[in-house]
Design a protein around this ligand. Structure first.
Ligand code: 4NP
Length: 156
């Protein structure tokens, strides 16, 4: 199983989702590869936002070694599931899909927490540290749901 997390810049939400899931699959010794990407190339090659790194350190999930990259069409071949943080990311990723098989891999991450809710992980970039903490907690819960599904063989 290979899972890709996607947001706009790949410096706040998707690296945190990536960090959470990476840590959980490692702790549980699950055979899952995790990565993340942004729909833009704005932050290519850089570490996550300092505020997201600090929040990760504060609550126990470090992400400082991750580096931003842009989503590419080959990611449809390299990953089984592509979790987007909001509907704009979803639209942008779907616009690059080549066929139905590609499209079926693309999901909104919070639909794992609240099925069919189609809610967004709020973009914390212009927000406060509380917004970063909220993103951390939301993605901790969403990745717990993903882990449960993987363990129960229910991830499609
Ligand atoms: P992310 O947050 O998509 O969660 O990484 C953002 C990062 C950068 C920008 C916007 C959102 N930006 O406008 O540069």
């Amino acid at each position: 199983m290979r899972i890709l997390m996607v947001c706009l810049g790949n410096i706040c939400r998707s690296p945190m989702a990536d960090g959470h899931l990476r840590k959980k699959v490692k702790d549980l010794n699950l055979d899952v590869v995790v990565d993340s990407a942004g729909t833009t190339n704005f932050h290519n090659g850089v570490a996550p936002d300092k505020r997201m790194i600090a929040t990760g350190v504060k609550f126990g999930t470090p992400i400082d070694e991750l580096r931003a990259r842009q989503f590419k069409v080959a990611d449809f071949d390299n990953f089984d599931l592509i979790y987007c943080m909001d509907s704009s990311n979803l639209t942008n990723v779907l616009s690059l899909a080549r066929n139905d098989a590609d499209r079926q891999k693309v999901l909104l991450i919070l639909n794992e927490l609240e099925p069919n809710s189609n809610t967004a992980v709020p973009d914390p970039y212009y927000g406060s540290m509380n917004d970063f903490e909220a993103v951390y907690q939301l993605l901790d819960r969403a990745t717990d749901c993903i882990i449960e599904k993987i363990k129960n063989g229910k991830i499609r």
